[in-house]
Design a protein around this ligand. Structure first.
Ligand SMILES: N[C@@H](CCC(=O)N[C@@H](CS)C(=O)NCC(=O)O)C(=O)O
Length: 138
């Protein structure tokens, strides 16, 4: 059984979708990010970066994985799904994963923060990250 520590955000959804598509059973531990449950010592023992998502694989010596890209790779290796053995096909999957993890994800995250949550409205920051996120997707 996989224990999934998550919240209703894009990085959380990535892992829920993967677990569903792979047909793996899992228990959800929903963290309240606004209550900073992700920064509590019990959770930092699972993910020292204090962010969701993270998993514990109870069927593999309680192995812990954090970082959504690392979790996707781990689950793909575990199930033999979505990560081909052929080097070229495997490389293509990893290229798109790196594209999402290193480009689209962080830029959209910053765009969201500056557009929705940051206490001040800073037009230059909003413009910069919206443009960067858009550029990643064009
Ligand atoms: N690179 C990390 C990013 C994780 C991340 O930013 N998670 C957000 C939710 S999508 C979070 O936990 N935010 C709460 C916080 O930063 O305290 C991953 O891909 O897992």
């Amino acid at each position: 059984m996989i224990e999934l520590y998550t919240a209703g955000t894009p990085n959380g959804h990535k892992i829920s979708i993967a677990l569903e598509e792979m047909g793996l059973p899992y228990n959800v531990h929903a963290l309240d990010l606004s209550a900073l449950e992700q920064k509590q010592p019990e959770y930092l023992a699972i993910n020292p970066n204090g962010r969701i998502p993270a998993i514990i694989d109870k069927d593999n010596d309680d192995f812990v994985v954090f970082e959504s890209g690392a979790i996707l790779l781990y689950l793909a290796e575990k199930t033999g799904k979505f990560l081909p053995a052929d080097p070229k096909a495997r490389s293509k999957v990893i290229q798109w994963l790196m594209f999402q993890m290193g480009g689209v994800g962080p830029m959209m995250g910053q765009a969201n923060v500056f557009y929705r949550y940051f206490p001040e409205k800073i037009p230059a920051a909003i413009e910069r990250y919206q443009t960067k996120a858009d550029a990643c997707l064009k």
